[in-house]
Design a protein around this ligand. Structure first.
Ligand code: G4P
Length: 528
């Protein structure tokens, strides 16, 4: 029993969020090096090795092959068992990226010090805030010319709306980067880059060490003294409870590429963040330390083998312990099943798991029975975890089959691919399925759809671009959408469940709709 508790307590399951190029891959790689999970840098597949022709599905699959193996990376470090969830970025940015965050207990937000908060970071951050999970900020690339650190902090606070607490503070940047001041330990971790290879030297010097002034030079030394006074006097207090509820983000400055400040970040982060958190279900909160195994599906991945159409369902374990071959209730399917070929990803390798604990992610073979958000549990008290929201897509196309004789296959294909969660389908109220509006979070999904419809369902399609940029769910029971006062280019549609939505060509039109219809409420996600 004690062992069971220990196993769960030592787990830390988090996602790294960032805008492309901020350094997510580089930072992940350094974490893996510390965990001994990889032997040398350059082993984690970066975007360069993933370059592909987007219209070629086999290439997409190849790429997905990579993202399967890196969907979650598990390794041990300093007595912790770490699960890093990969949030697909770049071209394969999709709803999966958002859903993956539902499986995390905290997030590490990587920000490029020369750029500040960027677009994709804002989107991912918003999803983290839906669950108030802790967010830790790593301001990266301090070895390059950076923006003023106060500006960067103000940017995070104003754009993202979260308070910040700098755990360390940079001394210069770019060619002048001398290191960071560690506030709690009252010492300087100095940065010396000899220009050879990528590793910088880290050296510790106490604040009261007379050598410090010489080391930093007069100007930077004086700036540090002033900054220290300002931070202690005017900054927010450190408050661990606020951190754990996503109200305060601890901020760290460093340079992932030169491996500077990464280990102190990892150590602080692991201490400050939480072990697996309880999850909300139809029967109240489910405690991770509960003996009964339970999990929910957060991602389904179509497999490479076209003949079998088999899929992998990724599950986040929410409570108890999982054993290979265990029989569980698939609550939404209403039957008992054996989770076959449970796999876990250890850095680069997929392995069959013998056992796993709350906080872990397992991938199981899915013969087509699972949907996103489904619950499996060992308990006879069949509960359901709170569903995974559907997020507003951002790109829209009108899709119809070329050959009207293929109507049935077209409907089957688009519906099945939508069920997997790769695309969303919308229709005009009362409209048929001959043509549908397809919405996606990342445009790569259009190519995936076209290729899969042709190859798996034998249907050629015509896609037409649409002028819409935003879609919002209409909230509230008694709203007559047809009676709303809207601009002429706003379109009323329904999702597959019949929920009403509005398509807008600009954010200005959204505001117009809200201003002219006082009872109207709009949401960027749907829970039903
Ligand atoms: P991502 O996963 O967030 O997209 O970013 P990634 O780690 O791939 O990093 C993007 C680029 O930024 C890479 O350069 C990487 O080497 C560089 N980089 C990451 N961290 C730092 C840092 O702390 N300092 C500096 N100076 N550069 C950093 P690239 O030229 O695009 O690719 P590569 O040739 O280095 O692989």
């Amino acid at each position: 029993m004690a062992q069971f508790t220990k196993e769960i307590e030592k787990r830390r399951t988090f996602a790294i969020i960032s805008h492309p190029d901020a350094g997510k891959t580089t930072l992940t790689e350094k974490f893996l090096l510390y965990g001994g999970a990889i032997a040398s840098a350059g082993m984690v597949k970066g975007k360069k090795s993933m370059k592909h022709a987007v219209s070629d599905w086999m290439e997409i699959e190849k790429q997905r092959g990579i993202s399967v193996t890196s969907s979650v990376l598990q390794f041990e470090y300093d007595g912790y068992c770490i699960n890093i969830l990969d949030t697909p970025g770049h071209q394969d940015f999709s709803e999966d990226t958002y859903r993956t965050l539902m499986a995390a207990d905290s997030a590490v937000m990587v920000i490029d010090a020369s750029k500040g908060v960027e677009k994709q970071t804002i989107k991912l951050f918003k999803v983290c805030m839906m669950r108030d999970i802790p967010v830790f900020t790593f301001i990266n690339k301090m070895d390059r010319e950076a923006r003023d650190p106060y500006d960067l902090m103000a940017d995070i606070e104003s754009v993202l709306g979260i308070k910040t607490y700098p755990v360390n503070w940079p001394i210069g940047s770019g060619k002048e980067f001398k290191g960071v001041y560690e506030r709690e330990k009252e010492r300087v971790l100095s940065f010396t880059y000899n220009g050879i290879g990528h590793e910088a030297d880290e050296k510790v010097t106490a604040m009261d060490d007379p050598a410090l002034k010489d080391m930093l030079g007069d100007t930077l030394y004086q700036t540090l003294i002033d900054d220290r006074e300002l931070l202690d006097g005017a900054g927010d207090e450190f408050d661990l409870e606020a951190v754990r509820h996503g109200k305060l983000s601890p901020v760290f400055f460093g340079s992932a590429l030169t491996n500077f400040g990464v280990e102190p970040f990892l150590e602080n982060f692991l201490k400050m963040t939480t072990s697996p958190l309880p999850r909300t279900s139809s029967q109240g909160e489910i405690d991770p330390f509960n003996d009964d195994f339970s999990a929910f599906v957060f991602k389904i991945q179509a497999n490479m083998n076209k003949a079998h159409r088999d899929r992998i369902a990724f599950m986040r374990i929410c409570s108890g312990r999982f054993e290979k071959g265990q029989e569980v209730n698939h609550v939404q399917g209403g039957r008992k099943i054996k989770l076959s070929q449970p796999q876990q990803m250890m850095a680069q390798d997929r392995e069959i798991v013998e056992e796993a604990y709350a906080g872990d992610i397992i991938g199981v073979f899915d013969p087509g029975i699972f949907s996103i958000g489904d619950t499996v549990c060992a308990s006879s008290k069949k509960f359901q975890f709170e569903g995974i929201p559907t997020f507003a897509p951002e790109h829209f196309r009108l899709v119809r089959q070329k050959d009207t004789m293929k109507r049935k296959q077209f409907i089957k294909g688009t519906s099945q691919i939508a069920q997997e969660g790769a695309i969303q389908i919308f229709q005009e109220p009362g409209g048929g399925m001959e043509e549908v509006i397809v919405g996606v979070v990342g445009t790569l999904q259009f190519d995936v759809l076209e290729y899969r419809l042709k190859n798996e369902y034998g249907v050629d399609v015509i896609m037409e671009g649409l002028p819409y940029q935003y879609i919002r769910w209409v909230v509230g029971e008694n709203i007559d959408v047809k009676a709303l006062d809207l601009t002429s280019d706003t379109k009323y549609v329904q999702d597959l469940k019949g929920n009403p939505l509005l398509l807008f060509t600009s954010s200005w039109n959204i505001q117009w709709a809200l201003d002219h219809n006082k009872e109207l409420q709009l949401q960027e996600f749907s829970r039903s």
